[in-house]
Design a protein around this ligand. Structure first.
Ligand code: HEM
Length: 436
């Protein structure tokens, strides 16, 4: 390895708070600039004296993601996420705790389990597509958010019609809408007795109570053995794993984690896919043909290309527990090392014409996993990756067999940061008329 023992990589000299604020709110614009200005490995200084290093060379990112879990911690356990997700979240766990939780959650995401979700998702996607407005511009992002929330409620949580479902439909989006004003309350629980933070804390308590009530009922459900939703499967697997099974608190925290990790991410990927197709008659015709023939491979390529061109998560990070040689530098313990998914996906040496939307690039054998990174990688690769691809294929099929898409504006929609994700800044507006 080309290791220097000298300093950290070069990077901007602006004050920490400027670098942090810029990175938090404009990362997708700043990161390409930093790459051009300082090279493929760049240092950032964040508030609290924290050093971050951004990698854009795929081989360095591969080393980051394949690194030992004792050296490369997710360490996402900052107060904000901990307060929202709960201390037993897979997202926050490291080393043995992470391995154990992942083993207990995995059976609900493997191939056999995924096959069981298809029918339910198809029903929800078809029902939604039947209700699209005709000939009137609408936000594909808002529409897809409503639909993927419904998938979460019915397919992941397995909640049946009734007052609990109605209430969660309203409360979940409120809970997940986290603006800058909410952050102090999440970081300092003592503030939760006051002002807007009190309302958010009450909301979280109410959601917690609803999930606990659902879980308690489901445990006793007479049809638990036959149910295919994620929660029911986890309850069954857990009961079968003896004392080592998921505790109630672990189950609860990871249900919230799946909601946070899987709802808006999938909605965003689908919204961009519909937006891109609406602007490209040839790609739309190819995708419609695939929908008519139920060519799942092609439809999956559409979702994958959407995630390449518009990665929802712009970078994936690990914190070093000891010094590591990476990217040509000896990085000290405590450094937050980020692999830039956005830069790799936009690299013309890796993807021909990277700014073009071309699903076919995913047909003749996938691009190597080291350069298509929307779900991160290594032992922590997104546990819901296959789930969201299955969902994406079904939702696209049900929409495209029914609707002719049309653009509702020019093709210049930028992304903006929302809840740590990159989402379409203007909602990915499209219009649709029934297919002839
Ligand atoms: C297009 C949709 C999605 C995208 C782009 C996405 C992206 C990601 C990324 C980048 C990570 C971090 C991986 C890493 O650190 O290497 C992650 C982790 C995770 N995702 Fe997703 N995700 C999506 C859908 C889902 C769904 C549907 C679920 C669950 C139902 C889910 C649950 C999780 C969980 C629990 C983790 C933590 C995994 C771990 O630390 O072991 N995600 N996701």
């Amino acid at each position: 390895m080309n290791t220097r023992t000298a300093d950290l990589p070069p990077g901007p000299r602006l004050p920490e708070w400027v670098q942090s604020a810029a990175f938090l709110s404009l990362r997708h614009r700043i990161v390409p600039f930093l790459r051009r200005r300082y090279g493929e490995t760049v240092r950032l200084r964040l508030v609290g004296g924290r050093t971050a290093v951004q990698l854009s060379n795929p081989e360095h990112i591969r080393q980051l993601l394949a690194g030992s879990p004792t050296t490369f911690h997710a360490n996402r356990g900052n107060a904000v996420l901990r307060s929202l997700l709960g201390e037993h979240s897979l997202f926050l766990a490291d080393e043995d705790e992470h391995t154990r939780l992942r083993r207990l959650l995995w059976p609900a995401f493997n191939g056999a389990a995924l096959r069981g979700y298809g029918e339910l998702i198809t029903g929800l996607a078809a029902e939604d597509a039947e209700r699209w407005p005709s000939g009137v511009p609408f936000s594909a992002h808002a529409r897809m958010q409503t639909l993927t929330l419904e998938v979460m409620l019915r397919v992941v949580y397995g909640i049946a019609d009734g007052p609990r479902l109605d209430e969660l439909r309203v409360r979940f989006p409120e809970l997940l809408d986290i603006g800058p004003l909410d952050l102090p309350g999440l970081q300092k629980p003592e503030l939760q007795r006051f002002w807007v933070w009190r309302r958010k804390a009450e909301l979280q308590r109410r959601v917690d109570a609803l999930i606990r009530a659902e879980t308690a009922e489901r445990r006793k459900a007479p049809d638990l053995a036959e149910r295919t939703d994620v929660l029911s499967q986890l309850l069954r697997f857990s009961a079968g794993s003896g004392a080592d099974g998921l505790s109630d608190a672990e189950l609860h925290d990871n249900l919230i984690t799946m909601l946070v990790g899987g709802h808006e991410t999938t909605a965003t990927a689908l919204a961009w896919a519909l937006y891109e197709l609406s602007h490209d008659p040839d790609q739309l015709a190819a995708a419609q043909r695939a929908a008519d023939e139920n060519d799942q491979k092609y439809l999956e390529a559409v979702v994958k290309e959407s995630l390449r061109l518009h990665p929802v998560i712009h970078e994936v990070g690990r914190t070093l527990t000891e010094p590591v040689d990476l990217g040509g530098y000896r990085l000290p313990a405590g450094t937050l090392v980020m692999g830039s998914i956005g830069l790799v996906h936009a690299d013309p040496t890796l993807f021909e014409q990277p700014a073009a939307f071309r699903p076919a690039r995913f047909l003749d054998g996938n691009p190597p996993a080291t350069i298509w990174l929307p779900f991160g990688g290594g032992l922590r690769r997104c546990i819901g990756a296959a789930f969201s691809l299955v969902e994406g294929v079904i939702v696209l099929r049900e929409a495209l067999v029914r609707w002719q898409l049309r653009p509702a504006g020019d093709r210049t929609e930028p992304a903006r940061v929302r809840n740590l994700m990159l989402v379409p800044a203007r909602g990915a507006r499209i219009s649709a008329v029934p297919r002839a």
